[in-house]
Design a protein around this ligand. Structure first.
Ligand SMILES: NC(=O)c1ccc[n+]([C@@H]2O[C@H](COP(=O)([O-])OP(=O)(O)OC[C@H]3O[C@@H](n4cnc5c(N)ncnc54)[C@H](O)[C@@H]3O)[C@@H](O)[C@H]2O)c1
Length: 430
């Protein structure tokens, strides 16, 4: 596995756990040193135990020595990052191409190269071009990853589908053998052309981002017309053609995939002179949602928020991960601090380096000290430990308010308890 991040580490550990000999290689020495001392560089439930188990069983090793990793492996998974290129919407494929060049350099016998990184349609062809000097040695396959952070191990073990893209039949047989333990438990094994496989990943993420954005926009309408968005989600989602998942209103979508992959898809379509107008609107709507949420905070607290105390519960883009990439909090917190608010935050995955240099922003290491004496609690991430808080008992400020961006609480209960409560897409009960 080249790249020991959220995808490479989880996949590597899980492949080892189903009996393979796995070498995880990363250029980040610190990460590898930590892994060799039994410390996981990421927060993912169940991962630490699985790392230890397979490390001790000698099925799993960690190294920075890419030469050794490549020369001793039969199947090489490319799991490096594919971020958005700075100042554009294009995908930065430099990490993918750099490790392809290393594969070319260190390979002396036949290798199967599998891209697990999310890459634009046609990237497999480009990888083949880089490898053409020794082309007889390589078979290049696409096998996009669909795991969700926070549930990654379960998703690896029980994927809805395993997508394999190749133009060669023999590649499907090799991959079917590798994934046999999961296929035997009922996971769908779907074979397609390499370009098709690359596009399936982008299309899936863009569609999910569209569902979220759709319901978020409807939530805005619900707030104005006195309807509860949850009734809409349930009423719509019960239709099997629509499906209820990814239809829960909340903050803007974030994370390491949707924001970059929606942009990446549009940039590829632009190259082919195809106007993906729906996805362009999704991107715009999602960006605007962040300002909409901060405007709502102004409405709740009044236009002048200087010296107001605001306490965030959760700053990661979703629970059970420490990933901060493109989280809504990265825009909301600096904005509120700039306006003079005093912001505290608590997240079960710990303090975040992203907020260390921000004036007026402080990390608290538990719910109680985070919320004590605050003017506004902003519930941003639905970690389990935020689901049954007795706000009155912990805040101890008569005039405090709660802005629940995940609709975790009943508005009626809050009213009964005399807590001023605001949520997403539900009628105002205050
Ligand atoms: N994070 C997710 O939930 C998720 C889910 C599905 C797909 N993906 C895709 O998987 C890919 C990886 O995502 P991630 O979140 O794991 O990224 P990440 O940033 O967490 O990890 C990437 C790792 O690759 C390493 N790396 C980069 N270049 C290298 C090289 N030449 N040699 C060795 N190591 C190198 C980096 O040091 C880093 O540790 C991306 O394309 C992403 O879109 C991510």
């Amino acid at each position: 596995m080249i790249g020991t991040g959220y995808v490479g580490l989880v996949s590597g550990v899980c492949f080892a756990d189903i009996g393979n000999q796995v070498i995880c290689v990363d250029k980040d020495k610190n990460k590898i040193d930590n892994l060799n001392s039994g410390i996981s560089p990421i927060y993912e439930p169940g991962l630490d135990e699985l790392i230890k188990k397979n490390f001790v069983a000698k099925r799993l090793s960690f190294t920075t020595d890419i030469n050794r990793a490549i020369s001793t492996s039969d199947i090489i998974f490319i799991c490096v990052g594919t971020p958005t290129r700075k100042g554009s919407i294009q995908v930065d494929l430099s990490f993918v191409y750099k490790c392809t060049k290393e594969i070319l350099k260190y390979s002396k016998r036949k290798k199967i190269i599998v891209t697990k990184s999310t890459v634009p349609v046609g990237t497999g062809d480009e990888i083949e071009k880089i490898l053409k000097k020794k082309k007889k040695l390589f078979t290049v396959i696409s096998n996009p990853e669909f795991l969700r952070e926070g549930e990654a191990i379960r998703d690896f073990r029980y994927p809805d589908r395993i997508v394999i893209g190749s133009n060669e039949q023999k590649a499907f047989n090799i991959m079917r053998k590798l994934y046999a333990p999961l296929i035997n438990k009922g996971s769908k094994f779907f074979t397609v052309t390499r370009r098709g496989s690359e596009l399936i990943k982008y299309a899936s993420n863009a569609f999910l981002a569209t569902k979220i954005t759709f319901i978020n926009e409807l939530a805005n309408l619900c707030e104005k017309c006195g309807v509860n968005i949850e009734d809409i989600s349930l009423g719509m989602g019960s239709d099997s053609r629509i499906g209820g998942r990814f239809l829960r209103a909340g903050p803007a979508y974030g994370g390491s995939c949707f924001p970059k992959d929606t942009k990446g898809l549009v940039s590829v379509a632009d190259k082919y002179k195809i106007n993906l107008s729906v996805i362009k609107s999704v991107i715009k709507s999602n960006q605007e949602r962040v300002s909409l949420l901060t405007q709502r905070i102004h409405k709740i607290l009044g236009s002048n928020i200087r010296n107001k105390k605001i306490s965030f519960l959760g700053v990661t883009f979703k629970p059970n991960t420490d990933d901060m990439r493109d989280s809504t909090s990265l825009k909301m917190i600096p904005y509120l601090c700039k306006k003079g608010a005093k912001v505290n935050y608590y997240d079960p995955s710990g303090e975040k380096k992203e907020f260390r240099k921000i004036k007026n922003c402080n990390y608290k290491n538990n719910i109680k000290s985070n919320c004590y004496g605050t003017d506004l609690v902003v519930l941003l991430t639905e970690w389990d430990e935020f689901k049954s808080i007795d706000f009155k008992r912990i805040v101890k400020n008569n005039k405090f308010k709660v802005y629940d961006l995940r609709n975790l609480y009943s508005a009626e209960d809050m009213k009964r308890n005399k807590v001023k409560y605001y949520s997403v897409g539900r009628p105002n009960t205050n």
